[in-house]
Design a protein around this ligand. Structure first.
Ligand SMILES: [Zn+2]
Length: 66
């Protein structure tokens, strides 16, 4: 009878964050490990820009959500 080993799935280090758009003040929830640019829903300004695996937050980081 085969023994099943526990496979640990590495949890992603990325988190959800709440950022505020510096242009229009819109608050929006996004991901810290964005593979694409995140734009403001209201005015279209780039809020999060991907920089080689790490996301660069261009807006105001209000809080981190787990
Ligand atoms: Zn905006």
């Amino acid at each position: 009878m085969p023994r099943y080993s526990k496979i640990l799935v590495a949890s992603p280090r990325s988190k959800f964050i709440l950022v505020r758009c510096p242009d229009c003040g819109n608050e929006q929830v996004t991901f810290t490990q964005a593979t694409y640019s995140v734009t403001c829903h209201m005015c279209g300004r780039i809020l999060v820009k991907p920089t080689g695996g790490k996301a660069l937050v261009r807006g105001e980081l209000l809080k981190t959500l787990d």
